[in-house]
Design a protein around this ligand. Structure first.
Ligand code: GLA
Length: 735
């Protein structure tokens, strides 16, 4: 068992070969956070460590001597002397917010239980993980609090969540229920997070911790493009390859808070969960509230070490269904090729060309339904526009399949426009507040998925669409944030449930569609990458990374995304040049050299390419097919960061490091620059490799490739101009 309980000292030790996490029940029954980090020896009793802090001026004591405001804790309570961010807030009928949960009992079990109605990591066999439920109890409200921890056997991963269960007669209201808190005994960290905006999602931000609070959050109703629900603490000296880092990733797609608080005594609190903004969950006798899950990863092998663990866990124990382990198809999407201006003939002409080039899946994007010729109408009217598609989606899908391609379709199920049949029939189905202005975003409104009848209706339409046509892939979009959050049917005391219930409604629709149509590959999308989160990956194995398809910009977006998310979850397409978002001209080679490191596809009208470019596209597709397993299932390492200079490089390695593909990108050209030696990483130092790029071939040991670097002729390279790139194919030689 990877979790032991030492009765005499009332200490829990969660450990595997790599990490230890130690919790102690303090004399007053509250839970103390003793240690989290690299594996240490197990012993009966760590209480010689004593408590953190002592009583002096300005310190409130509980239970005759405990300075809670300094004490490292597992799930800190509000208002009883710890003045930092609390993990929860429970309001009693008398208006009090004070509660005190103390240890009651615990259960240790093999495996990991699913979270009801919520996405979460899982195990396939019980021996993969051990879990513990620590049950705490507040006797005044007669409420139970169950803290659940799981430690994976072979990965430096601990997951956490919390559940409140109201046993008593009193009607309480949970006004805040975060998922995890870890208090570290020092502040010698930098906080790493992924922030940005539309078109420049998940840029890496690093800042040194100081006393006070620093947080990222969303109150937008979705995780958002502005901040990803992820934060890491790394040591100041930690690099991509060496040093300690603690990663925290929140498996949820709605409002979140990730806060790091440093006290003047240099204790660092990391706390994550659903944002308390507009959250109030009433609990009467028998009701419970389950928080989503936080995944905690520890590595002493730098940021790459952390990412490797996230990639492995998320690709194999978060993503589900048959596409989890299947190679993803090369697709072509018509959005940037046609926008709303298409008909069946035009679509088929793109599909024909795509087939000729070797593409496997055609995706029909926005504009196929209702009267959707412009983005201010028809969302929710999920039936084909006969003017554009005289044979319907089913007819088109059959024709595309007859060409030898699979067919996929775009939908945006959570939305409607006021100019739609759906809205005209159900004006009270949108999220909006009575007597208040209804903010618009892309002229659309959010359907109130906290209401099951709304979810049922949309399920009916989409199920019909999928059943009647030959659909192998669905791109599920979501193009606005939530404002004026209010449900027209919920009573006043239930309005604080709406934002979370809406997300549960989104999850339930996904779950129903997946169960009914398990063969479909889902790709989630939200104005590009505004909902690239682990919650979505539980339902949709891929996410469209960003609407920004410019190769140079994508270096940053994909590099940042890879901090947490595996390559095969990142939708990455070659689009037209000049690029539609930044008007930049890049070569078709560089565009593909960036998009290869993802779930690869095209998003342009192949009919508009020159013969030469088309030939290159065919070669790219053949190349990707040949190396798809490596790109999608290999181990990815970042080598040089686009956030630190003009050059980016990364590598993906295959089983036993016998093959690898590395890339080197230079954003702006350099006159008379330094000699180029491309030093790689992640190879076997002792293997003798064949290294090739363009017309060059070298034979080098792993040590040479990693220590000296692959020589590149600067004069030749300079001829490529700006946005230049090289791909290195590396294979181990037999002897
Ligand atoms: C969003 C998506 C795009 C495209 C459009 C269609 O912006 O991110 O990829 O599907 O919607 O309206």
């Amino acid at each position: 068992m990877a979790i032991v309980y030492h009765e005499a000292a009332r200490t829990f030790h969660l450990y595997n070969g790599q990490i230890s996490y130690i919790i102690e029940v303090m004399p007053n029954g509250m839970l103390k956070n003793v240690y989290y980090g690299k594996r240490i020896h197990d012993r009966e009793d760590y209480s010689y460590q004593g408590n953190d802090g002592f009583l002096m001026h300005g310190v409130c004591s509980v239970d005759g001597g405990l300075a809670l405001q300094h004490q490292r804790q597992e799930y800190p309570a509000p208002g009883i002397g710890d003045f930092r961010e609390s993990a929860f807030l429970l309001r009693q009928e008398n208006g009090s917010h004070i509660s005190r949960f103390v240890y009651s009992y615990h259960t240790i079990y093999e495996g990991k239980r699913p979270l009801e109605h919520l996405p979460a990591t899982y195990v396939e066999e019980k021996r993969e993980a051990t879990s513990i439920d620590i049950v705490l109890y507040d006797n005044v409200t007669d409420t139970e609090l169950i803290l659940t921890y799981t430690i994976y056997e072979d990965l430096a991963v601990i997951t956490r969540s919390a559940r409140f269960l109201q046993k008593g007669e009193e009607k309480v209201v949970l006004e805040k229920a975060l998922s995890a808190c870890v208090d570290f005994p020092d502040k010698d960290f930098e906080m790493v997070h992924l922030s940005g905006a539309w078109g420049r999602e998940r840029q890496i931000k690093i800042r040194k911790l100081e006393e006070g609070t620093q947080s990222i959050d969303s109150i937008r109703g979705v995780s958002g493009a502005e901040h990803n629900p992820f934060v890491a603490l790394k040591r100041l000296s930690t690099t991509e390859f060496t040093g300690e880092v603690y990663g925290f990733s929140f498996v949820y797609s709605g409002n979140f808070l990730a806060k790091v608080e440093v006290t003047p005594h240099e204790i660092t609190r990391v706390i994550l969960g659903i944002n308390p903004y507009n959250f109030a969950w009433p609990l009467k006798k028998g009701d419970s509230f389950q928080t989503p899950e936080v995944v905690m990863v520890y590595s002493e092998e730098g940021l790459n070490g952390m990412s490797r663990i996230f990639h492995k866990l998320y690709a194999s124990r978060l993503v589900r269904g048959e596409w989890r382990d299947r190679e993803r198809p090369i697709l072509i999407n018509n959005w940037e090729a046609t926008y709303f201006d298409f008909d069946e003939e035009k679509i088929l002409s793109i599909a024909e060309k795509a087939k000729e080039a070797g593409i496997e899946l055609f995706v029909l994007d926005d504009g196929w339904y209702g009267e959707r010729n412009i983005d201010d109408r028809s969302l929710g009217d999920w039936y084909p526009n006969p003017k554009k598609l005289p044979h319907g989606v089913s007819g088109l899908s059959e024709k595309v399949e007859a060409l030898g391609l699979k067919f996929g379709i775009w939908i945006e199920p959570e939305m409607t426009n006021k100019n739609s049949d759906l809205y005209r029939a159900h004006p009270d189905w949108i999220i909006s507040t009575p007597d208040r202005y209804e903010s618009m975003c892309r002229t659309q409104h959010i359907l109130d998925y906290s209401r099951p009848e709304v979810v049922d209706y949309i399920f009916g339409l989409l199920d019909k669409l999928i059943t009647e046509s030959k659909i192998s892939y669905v791109k599920w979009d979501m193009n606005r944030y939530m404002s004026e959050a209010y449900s027209r049917t919920a009573t006043a005391d239930k309005q604080g449930m709406v934002m979370h219930k809406h997300i549960l409604g989104v999850y339930s629709l996904y779950e129903r569609l997946i169960r009914k149509h398990p063969k479909i590959l889902f790709e989630s999308c939200a104005s590009g990458g505004a909902r690239f989160d682990p919650g979505m990956l539980f339902y949709a194995p891929q996410t469209w990374c960003s609407d920004n398809t410019d190769a140079a910009e994508r270096l940053k977006i994909q590099y940042g995304t890879s901090l947490v998310y595996p390559l095969r979850s990142m939708g990455a397409h070659v689009s037209a040049s000049p690029n539609h978002q930044v008007n930049r001209v890049t070569s078709i080679e560089t565009r593909a050299n960036v998009a290869f490191f993802g779930a690869f596809g095209y998003e342009l009208d192949l009919n508009k390419l020159s013969e030469e470019e088309l030939k290159t596209v065919k070669e790219q597709i053949a190349f990707y097919k040949k190396n798809r397993r490596l790109f999608q299932f290999g181990e990815f390492l970042r080598i040089r960061s686009p956030f630190e200079g003009n050059v980016t490089s990364w590598i993906v390695t295959g089983p036993e490091k016998k093959e690898a593909i590395a890339a080197y990108y230079q954003v702006l050209n350099v006159a008379n620059g330094p000699w180029i030696k491309v030093k790689l990483a992640g190879l076997d130092p002792d293997l003798f490799y064949r290294v090739s790029y363009e017309d060059k071939v070298y034979e080098m040991y792993g040590t040479e490739i990693m220590q000296i670097g692959i020589p590149v002729d600067r004069k030749e390279f300079t001829k490529k101009g700006d946005f230049a790139s090289l791909l290195f194919l590396i294979t181990a030689k037999e002897s």
